[in-house]
Design a protein around this ligand. Structure first.
Ligand code: PEP
Ligand code: MG
Length: 763
């Protein structure tokens, strides 16, 4: 293989093939010529250096077929005449799978496609590599030999590096007259199925949360400079991964630990560094070196059958993209990124609630993540921001590039990538239809939430930021049933001090214009992380040191918040509730701390609220069996069904695999909830439901039938739930429910839907 290279003028026998090819390609690129002539020269040079009888370039056309664009060795008349259909032959397969194909005897391979016009029957071995641009296949580069042989790892690398140059040539418009037909970085429309996270339909343009850098300069002007850049970037990468890991250790959540461990493994891997340096030595820029090593390592890993490696490929991709972002000076720009399109659809492998809040909400229309569940906090934040969100969109990050058109359809739980104009038009119709429906809900705004027989139902808003307040009036909610105070803490880069908290709560109350606001004290932990608050790592953070547990252990934190709330309320009625109450005695401890703050306010002459009502969230199942002890100690109860059901069913609310596994309308949770409403009536303690369950009309119907009279939800759900309430003959439904609950074989969801249909209830 290396013999002939030495025979060529100007080539040292010992010089690595890649360096030779780089030099030759640089000369070709520098010389004036049109794109076709360059491609012809490229195939000639590669065939020469790789000692191959054939070297060909196939380019992808818009219809997905592959056209033979240049060839050394195949018959000249086949060029521009041979077209392979999508997935046809080994070349088509290489394009579909986006990975190299190395076949010692291509003709006997079942996928081989014989094209007589090419004269390729004479050649046995074949090596094909994809030509990739921004992660998408735009063509295939092939070498063939007479002899039956398997190509070496080095051959694959040489061909992949060459494919990068071809991609650059194409992207620069270097192949005259062909742009109209060839599929450059664009590719066909696709629909990726997922699961709805936050209701809505959004048309917009993709913004990758972790942007992918398109490498445009491949050949180094000055290798010494590239070395220095590469070393500095690698050092930064190692530091940032180490920092992420230590942060992870402190916070006990965030990016998954095993992913970070894999990052660290790669970031400190000597072999990886060695290959990167080698690629720079071969004449590539630091960026091109990263991309080439990524491609070749990827190919090697994909040849492993163990699924462990396919996940590691994703980690390698992530880490390579991180390194590219460091080299491009765009390492820290997510969230604060300038020039977000006005119709941003954020696309991410995973995203936490705080990261989502980093983005300019006025520009956000949609969110797509590869994980996530409807009860996860990122979904709750997406709902609060009023953006459509879809989760569990399998490997979406690999299928979309920055700036591409995307439609998020959370009604169907689907994501449309690069939709055709017909699909866009159809969705615009859908958006108009939804707007009309919203218009109808807006008409209900001024009307009370009363059932057909006149039973009053309180419909309240879940909020967490000052910007949510206008929704109080827009939605027609009576008040705020849950104000998640931790969002302010998550938005801040340090613990908000007393005066900042006081101001924030006061602003909420001012904007609520006398409507009742129930403030929930800090609920940190689980997937809600404060980077500045050090924590010990926990195996199960959702059941760990979170919410009220943290408040009772860190009374300073809790008392500061209570002090700020007392001051902000000055002369106004105040309602406060604590999250994750687990025992009745914890309520006593809460009251002691609050009393201390009331005394402090009196002693120092600070203003106090006109009245104070102290409630608890019912989120931990232990309370279900202690209601007669707990209720006398609380002024009101708010059922946090997200956590309650998570603990009742033992399903992690943020796990995509299990979170939707058990229906909230099964007998067990409904019976449990019935005991809560009954106990509330017995003790004269009002009960609200403020978890996601309250915002779905059908689920809310079940809650009302169980005796619930107050529901708190995101703004977008107020209209649909109010329409249900106003059309509901509640007493007829109340008569039916006990029978359904007593019948173990009854499908309560089906019965509720049938009841709604029979009685014209709007669900
Ligand atoms: C709940 O658990 O239902 C709830 C409303 O609280 P959060 O979603 O903030 O945990
Ligand atoms: Mg909760």
């Amino acid at each position: 293989m290396h013999k002939r290279r030495g025979d060529e003028p100007g080539v040292l026998a010992s010089e690595p093939a890649l360096r030779v090819i780089m030099r030759r390609l640089r000369e070709i690129m520098a010389a004036p010529a049109d794109g076709q002539a360059r491609l012809d020269r490229i195939v000639r040079q590669i065939a020469g250096v790789m000692v191959a009888e054939v070297c060909s370039i196939y380019l992808k056309r818009r219809d997905g077929s592959l056209e033979l664009y240049a060839s050394e060795g195949l018959k000249a008349e086949a060029v521009h005449a041979t077209r392979l259909n999508r997935n046809e032959g080994l070349v088509g397969r290489c394009a579909e799978q986006a990975k190299p194909i190395n076949e010692p005897d291509a003709q006997s391979h079942p996928a081989f496609s014989y094209r007589p016009e090419t004269g390729e029957e004479a050649y046995h071995s074949m090596l094909a590599v994809p030509v990739l641009r921004a992660g998408k296949v735009i063509g295939v580069l092939v070498v063939q030999n007479h002899t039956r042989r398997e190509y070496a790892e080095e051959d694959i690398e040489v061909l992949q590096a060459t494919a990068m140059i071809v991609a650059e040539l194409l992207a620069s418009g270097g192949v005259a007259g062909s742009e109209a037909e060839i599929e450059l970085s664009r590719s066909a429309s696709a629909v990726i199925p997922g699961q709805p996270l936050a209701d809505g339909i959004a048309l917009g343009h993709a913004v990758l949360h972790e942007p992918r850098i398109v490498v445009t300069t491949l050949l180094a002007e000055d290798p010494a400079v590239e070395f220095t850049r590469l070393e500095a970037a690698l050092q930064r990468l190692r530091d940032s991964v180490d920092e992420m890991l230590s942060h992870e250790r402190l916070s006990g959540a965030g990016e998954h630990r095993d992913v970070l461990e894999a990052y660290r493994m790669f970031a400190h891997d000597r072999g990886w560094h060695h290959r990167l340096r080698g690629a720079v030595q071969d004449g590539l820029t630091a960026e091109a070196a990263v991309e080439r090593v990524q491609n070749s390592t990827r190919a090697r890993m994909l040849r492993q059958i163990d699924p462990f490696w396919s996940e590691r490929v994703r980690d390698l991709d992530d880490l390579s993209y991180r390194l590219l972002r460091i080299l491009a000076g765009r390492a820290d720009d997510h969230g604060q990124r300038a020039n977000l399109p006005d119709d941003t659809i954020l696309v991410a492998r995973t995203m936490g609630p705080a990261e989502l809040l980093d983005y300019d909400r006025t520009k956000l229309r949609g969110l797509v993540v590869e994980d996530g569940s409807a009860q996860s906090h990122v979904a709750i934040v997406a709902k609060a921001l009023g953006i459509a969100a879809v989760g569990q969109a399998h490997r979406i990050v690999e299928h979309v590039a920055d700036g591409e058109a995307v439609i998020v359809d959370s009604e169907a739980g689907e994501v449309h990538l690069r939709p055709s104009s017909d699909v866009i038009a159809a969705f615009q119709d859908k958006v108009r239809f939804r707007a009309k429906r919203q218009e109808r809900f807006r008409e209900l705004r001024g009307l009370p939430g009363v059932t057909r027989e006149g039973q009053r139902i309180s419909l309240l808003l879940n909020a967490g930021m000052l910007v949510d307040l206008p929704q109080l009036e827009e939605s027609g909610a009576e008040g705020i049933g849950l104000f998640r105070t931790e969002l302010q803490f998550m938005l801040s880069d340090r613990l908000p001090r007393l005066d900042r908290q006081t101001e924030a709560y006061k602003a909420v109350l001012d904007q609520a214009k006398g409507c009742r606001v129930v403030f929930r004290t800090l609920d940190i932990g689980g997937d809600k992380v404060l980077p500045y608050l050090h924590r010990v790592p926990e195996e199960n953070p959702a059941m760990g040191w979170r919410a009220l547990r943290m408040s009772l252990d860190r009374p300073g934190l809790f008392r500061t918040q209570v002090r700020a709330l007392l001051r902000a309320h000055a002369g106004r009625p105040m309602a406060l509730m604590v999250p994750m109450l687990t025992t009745a005695s914890e309520m006593d401890a809460v009251r002691v701390l609050i009393d201390k703050e009331l005394h402090h306010a009196h002693n120092h002459g600070h203003p106090v609220p006109a009245s104070l009502s102290i409630g608890a969230m019912l989120e931990v199942p232990s309370l279900l069996f202690d209601l007669d002890n707990v209720l006398p100690k609380t002024d009101f109860i708010s059922v946090g069904s997200n956590d309650l059901l998570q603990f009742l069913f033992a399903v992690d609310r943020s796990s995509a695999q299990v979170s939707g596994r058990y229906d909230v309308l099964l007998h067990a949770p409904l019976r449990a909830l019935r005991t809560v409403f009954e106990a509330g009536d017995r003790h004269g303690v009002p009960v609200t439901v403020c978890g996601e369950m309250a915002g779905s009309p059908l689920n809310a119907m079940a809650l009302l039938a169980l005796g619930c009279r107050s529901l708190s939800m995101t703004a977008a759900n107020i209209g649909p739930v109010k329409a249900m309430v106003r059309s509901l003959p509640l007493s007829a439904l109340r008569d039916r429910l006990p029978g359904w609950l007593d019948d173990p074989s009854c499908n309560i969801r089906v019965e509720l839907a049938a009841f709604a249909k029979d009685h014209d209830v709007e669900v």
